[in-house]
Design a protein around this ligand. Structure first.
Ligand SMILES: Nc1ncnc2c1ncn2[C@@H]1O[C@H](COP(=O)(O)OP(=O)(O)OP(=O)(O)O)[C@@H](O)[C@H]1O
Length: 253
């Protein structure tokens, strides 16, 4: 059972009366016959950054992969705007309005920034150039590198491009796997600034992050996953202030 540090938060989120964009209920899944997620439930509302934290191997990425259709749920529901995604393939899930920023191999180094973005918009019928301009408006550094090969970008710019590619389809929900992974420490804050910009443009964000303290500082809400189970949930601030969470998961002494 989770220690619901976030009772007020859930209530706050529901003040608007809007149902969650994403509602994961009692998700259980794994690989082969090894179970790694056990009865996990979570919600993401519009205008929210929600972070999953927890130890290595807790099942965080598996939750994200289940939402995006790479791992099939054994039981439970994954509702996106009320439609059950369980069992759908990633290409259908993308069309429904969820994009994924993988941790690795998320850009094509031999292609230019613009070509990468065009590829990201592959299923758009129209409006590709307009959307690229919107992405450049969010991330001006990408606009300045429009014709540069992606391989020549810095680590932070690559991360921005990976996010830009995923945003080309104007998703309602962006799933991000470890946005700060591999970034120089001075670029981590910029990565989170960029995620806030995305949230502020009406795309909800669900991310997995090892840099738990920094991620929770920037999150509207968070969930602590341990051995596949939801141990704690609450606002970022509530989780940061929770002594047990701090001791067990944030490295506090
Ligand atoms: N493709 C796979 N096949 C088999 N087992 C897997 C696979 N991917 C992950 N696992 C196992 O599932 C468990 C949960 O892994 P997962 O990557 O979801 O955890 P995580 O919380 O994201 O960990 P980390 O923070 O280390 O990335 C681990 O024991 C892992 O070894």
């Amino acid at each position: 059972m989770s220690a619901n540090a976030g009772a007020e938060t859930e209530a706050e989120a529901e003040v608007s009366g809007e149902p969650p964009v994403l509602e994961v209920s009692n998700l259980t899944t794994g690989y082969g016959d090894v179970q790694v997620v056990d009865d996990f439930s979570a919600e993401v509302h519009r205008n929210e950054i929600v972070t999953l934290i927890g130890p290595n191997g807790a099942g965080k990425s598996t939750v994200i992969k289940s939402i995006f259709g790479f791992v099939k749920p054994w039981s439970g529901n994954i509702l996106f705007n009320g439609n059950d995604l369980a069992g759908e393939e990633p290409e259908d899930i993308v069309r429904e309005g969820i994009s994924w920023v993988p941790q690795r191999q998320n850009i094509f180094g031999t292609m230019t920034v613009r070509e990468n973005l065009e590829m990201g918009g592959f299923i758009r019928d129209s409006g590709i150039n307009e959307r690229i301009e919107e992405i450049y408006d969010i991330f001006p550094a990408l606009g300045r590198s429009d014709g540069s090969k992606a391989a020549t970008l810095s680590g932070g710019q690559r991360q921005m491009l990976a996010m830009g590619r995923a945003l080309m389809l104007d998703p309602e929900l962006l799933l991000i796997d470890e946005p700060s992974a591999g970034l120089a420490p001075e670029l981590v804050d910029t990565a989170f600034d960029n995620i806030e910009k995305v949230r502020d443009r009406e795309t909800a964000v669900l991310m997995v992050e090892q840099n738990a303290t920094k991620a929770l500082q920037r999150s509207d809400r968070g969930y602590v996953l341990d051995q596949g189970q939801d141990r704690f949930e609450g606002t970022g601030e509530e989780l940061l202030d929770n002594e047990e969470v701090a001791k067990l998961y944030l490295g506090a002494t």
